[in-house]
Design a protein around this ligand. Structure first.
Ligand code: PEP
Ligand code: MG
Length: 316
């Protein structure tokens, strides 16, 4: 199994019995492309577009946005590139879009799509730049909205994307309410991408910026796994794709558990790609499913992780 895993340390992601799991890169901009390409990313699962907007007095102009998006799209001809629209708020403040009022809990404030609904002109400009950047490239552009909470949010975003000529609009599932309502979100969402960083923070009521809550700020928490499983199930029933783009996808054991729950692509910082690729190559789909079942049955995060390890003997 090890030799086989080593042989598959490049190439597309798949389990040892051939179940494909595209392995995609999380990027913050064109500067992250060389590592993603070098380490064999099969596309981009999360382009955190806010880096283009931070630390500047004015919003980036149309041409500047088009150039940044086009550089990413051109690097992956024929491949999926998922661009997340601006995810800003008091946690990631923009000089040109100050919060409406001081927010004592920025993570629970007006961030992500909530901010865009108050400033639709910024989202519209971004979607227009994405549509222009996509023209004449061969990438399979997907756009998705951060911090979607309900069907109304998803419908609003899909309508804005459609108006810009972008047909493949999906939602990030990172607010527990969205995971709980995943089955109802499928009409308005072309796909789901689960953001386990925020989903964990909100499901476990544990600030992701606080260092002292590590037992709860842990995507192995069975309550988080349950939300992921629900979301993946709803997606499968509605024939929607469902990826994970939070840090959970970068943990080789947890990556296998996610696949066992029905997650169909994994996106991570490029440096994690080889280990996750090797973990999948060393496990069968049945082992991933058994690991998922064992983790879901656990009493806490540590037990979930140990149970999954026991079910995945090929992963080191
Ligand atoms: C997440 O919340 O899991 C996610 C991928 O988005 P970010 O880390 O940028 O909030
Ligand atoms: Mg997030």
């Amino acid at each position: 199994v090890r030799a086989e895993a080593a042989a598959r340390s490049t190439g597309p992601g798949r389990t040892c019995d051939g179940h494909p799991v595209p392995l995609l890169a999380n990027i913050g901009g064109p500067q992250d492309l060389p590592a993603a390409l070098e380490l064999g990313a099969e596309g981009v699962g999360l382009y955190r577009s806010e880096f283009l907007f931070l630390d500047r007095a004015d919003a980036p102009a149309h041409d500047e946005q088009v150039a940044a998006y086009r550089a990413v799209l051109e690097a992956f001809p024929g491949a999926k590139v998922v661009v997340r629209t601006l995810d800003s708020g008091a946690d990631k403040p923009l000089a040109f879009l100050p919060p409406r009022a001081p927010e004592p809990n920025p993570a629970l404030g007006e961030r992500g799509l909530r901010m865009m609904r108050r400033h639709p002109e910024i989202l519209r400009a971004q979607l227009a730049a994405l549509a222009d950047a996509h023209r004449d490239t061969e990438a399979d552009l997907h756009v998705m909205a951060p911090m979607v909470t309900d069907v109304e949010d998803a419908e609003w975003f899909a309508a804005e994307a459609a108006a810009a000529g972008l047909a493949t609009a999906g939602v990030m599932v990172e607010v527990p309410a969205a995971a709980l309502r995943a089955a109802r979100l499928t009409d308005a969402a072309a796909f789901f991408s689960i953001g386990t960083n925020d989903l964990t923070q909100y499901a476990c009521a544990a600030d992701r910026e606080a260092g002292s809550l590590s037992r709860f700020q842990d995507s192995w928490q069975p309550g988080v796994l349950e939300l992921v499983a629900m979301t993946a199930r709803a997606a499968r029933e509605a024939e929607r794709s469902c990826g994970v783009c939070g840090e959970a996808a970068a943990d080789p054991f947890l990556a296998c558990v996610l696949v066992g729950m029905g997650v169909d692509s994994l996106s991570m910082g490029a440096t994690a790609l080889p280990l996750v690729r090797a973990a999948l190559a060393a496990s069968s789909l049945a082992q991933c499913r058994a690991a998922a079942e064992a983790a879901l049955a656990a009493r806490g995060a540590a037990e979930a992780k140990q149970a999954a390890r026991d079910a995945l003997p090929g992963v080191t």
